[in-house]
Design a protein around this ligand. Structure first.
Ligand SMILES: Nc1ncnc2c1ncn2[C@@H]1O[C@H](COP(=O)(O)OP(=O)(O)O)[C@@H](O)[C@H]1O
Ligand SMILES: [Mg+2]
Length: 251
């Protein structure tokens, strides 16, 4: 299953992605490939993992490389080898970080290799989770295959919900193949679905649920602790478990 998370910056995408990871691990739905597709990568911190390089860095290095790769390797095997070694591996989760945008010039060759690599790689995991940035830059470059579920994350405001509705427009404009689209409202007060009912309806997005403001999330982020380590009684953890049960794990 390819699951993508999108929405404006600061809405709670990375928080949701890490708690989604936590829920899947708890249900034995592993191994998971987590892909940080935000230019300002920080999913690794929420997952408590150390990163060493990004795909963008590798593509840049490769583009600047003159002559033959070391060790008598051909170029394709060399790029593949580098891409493979950029994956951070842990027991249940492997992490790949896309990094910032690539520079000017043609990246077609390494991008094509990257595409092939990602599509082969994702075959090894029952779940691939993509933490995206607002403009769906990574998805629009088509480095990822079809998406089974896209969760659009919004804060609890009318403007936020309208912005989530525009993510749906982007998806349609760039003709992404997405099976199911859901809206999630984060840091949400109790009455949010009533208060924002009209706005939600206008987006045409189906609500997957709400995640309340959770003081424990704030506390963990304040101290830089990984969110995957939040306790079972955390409000956000419970809300995400409910959402996952109704969507990904529903049958
Ligand atoms: N349910 C929540 N309760 C409290 N704070 C939250 C919650 N979700 C996110 N936050 C806070 O909001 C900020 C942005 O969250 P983050 O997940 O990094 O957003 P994004 O990845 O969309 O930019 C962080 O400071 C985080 O602690
Ligand atoms: Mg983020």
């Amino acid at each position: 299953m390819n699951i993508a998370v999108a929405g404006k910056g600061g809405t709670g995408k990375t928080t949701f992605t890490s708690l989604l990871t936590r829920t899947l691990i708890k249900n034995g739905e592993t191994p998971i490939l987590a892909v940080d597709a935000d230019a300002n990568a920080n999913l690794n911190e929420a997952l408590g993992m150390d990163i060493y390089t990004t795909i963008t860095k590798l593509l840049n290095d490769f583009k600047e490389m003159k002559g033959r790769p070391p060790g008598g390797m051909d170029k394709a095997s060399y790029v593949e080898y580098q891409l493979k070694s950029s994956i951070v591996e842990e027991k249940d989760v492997d992490l790949l970080v896309m990094g910032g945008p690539t520079g000017p010039g043609c990246y077609c060759y390494p991008n094509d290799l990257l595409k092939g690599f990602l599509s082969d790689l994702s075959d090894n995991y029952p779940y691939v989770l993509l933490d995206n940035e607002a403009g769906l830059e990574h998805l629009s470059r088509r480095t990822t295959q079809d998406i089974d579920i896209l969760f659009v994350i919004s804060d609890a405001s009318a403007r936020g919900i309208r912005s989530a509705g525009r993510v749906k427009d982007i998806v349609e404009d760039i003709k992404l193949n997405i099976d199911q689209l859901y809206l999630i409202i984060t840091k949400a007060p109790d009455n949010v679905t009533e208060a924002l009912g009209d706005e939600i309806e206008k987006t045409g997005l189906e609500m997957a649920g709400t995640i309340p403001h959770d003081p424990k999330v704030a506390e963990y982020d304040l101290h830089g602790n990984p969110l995957v380590e939040l306790p079972d009684d955390s409000l956000a953890v419970k809300a995400v478990e409910e959402i996952v049960g109704k969507t990904i794990l529903a049958d």
